[in-house]
Design a protein around this ligand. Structure first.
Ligand code: NI
Length: 189
């Protein structure tokens, strides 16, 4: 099932998402999240973006073209669901990359993040794993992890940049934005 993507301005994108009870069957939800993300041509999607305040996100770079700027560091072979993840450490050299977000369409801005993450999470079969990722994989994980903490990439921008984006963000929160995927603006929720 494809969900509409929740737009910027919705309070659910600002809440800290809750843990999923261990052992819950998340197969359908994970599948729906992949489906929703694929039809919106995203490479990452967090549960709050489909209106669910749960600590779950999916990442899939397997559909990327070789020419895509994101198709680096093995992201093209990277497909994973992260359940109840805990960010243990962010380390390494800070680097800048232009990020976007399905909940904030048509806006891309440079964000600086550290290049390595150490993260503990359950996979969809409730196997607990601790892993280290770097480069683009770490970048996508950091962006999605922020979502379940109620944080968005625009929070990293300077006050001036934010001011310049204000009108666009207001339009997005009203659903007045062009996308080729189904969206749900806060006013209609
Ligand atoms: Ni996002």
């Amino acid at each position: 099932m494809v969900y509409p993507i929740i737009m910027y301005g919705d309070p659910i994108l600002r809440q800290r998402a809750k843990d999923i009870e261990e052992g819950t069957d998340v197969t359908q939800l994970v599948q729906d999240m992949y489906e929703t993300m694929h039809q919106a041509q995203g490479i990452g999607l967090a549960a709050p973006q489909i209106g669910k305040g749960l600590r779950l996100f999916v990442v899939d770079g397997t559909g990327l073209d070789k020419e895509d700027e994101e198709a680096e560091d093995g992201l093209q072979n990277f497909k994973k669901a992260f359940i109840n993840p805990v960010m243990i450490e962010e380390l390494g050299k800070p680097w800048e990359f232009e990020e976007g977000c399905l909940s904030i369409p048509n806006i891309r801005e440079k964000v600086t993040r550290k290049d390595t993450v150490k993260i503990r999470y359950y996979d969809e079969n409730w196997n607990l794993t601790e892993e280290e990722f770097d480069g683009m994989k770490a970048r996508v994980i950091q962006h999605e992890y922020d979502h379940i903490e109620g944080k968005l990439f625009i929070d990293y921008l300077t006050p001036l940049k934010k001011r310049l984006l204000k009108a666009k963000l207001t339009d997005i929160s009203k659903g007045e934005v062009k996308t080729d995927y189904r969206i749900l603006a806060p006013v209609r929720r």
